[in-house]
Design a protein around this ligand. Sequence first.
Ligand code: AMP
Ligand code: ZN
Length: 136
Amino acid sequence: MSDCIFCKIVNGELPSATIYENDEFKVILDRFPANEGHVLILVKDHVANIYEIDPEKAGRLFTLAAKIARIMKERLGFAHMNVMQNNGTVAGQTVFHFHLHLIPRYEDDGITIAYQPLDLTDAQIEDMRKKLELSL
Ligand code: AMP
Ligand code: ZN
């Protein structure tokens, strides 16, 4: 994708603070971080979102995320972390090339990544459960 900034980062046309890469993923520091040590794992091939990524590759991406999260925790000494992945504008996606956010959380850091829970009845939960019940 010629106008995609993450494709440009992956192929070296745009600079990035890269901490790791392999044949499938490039791991960089977010240039406009939510918090100190905000890391992005980019897939190297251009897919926009969770509906397009190969599920097996998504599995490998999360395996990598779990490894990197532990190393980040050791090196940066934070206690907590948000793992985030946005799909579509309403969900807050601004770069339409699949990526996973690893956002360190420090005591009293004042960052808000939050939502107000809906107040649903048990019947509403059951209706939704029926809609989404899976046989994969
Ligand atoms: P999202 O809103 O989930 O699509 O996340 C896109 C992320 O890309 C944001 O956290 C941005 O700060 C980050 N970002 C935008 N441009 C760059 C860039 N040139 N290098 C690194 N990160 C970037
Ligand atoms: Zn791209």
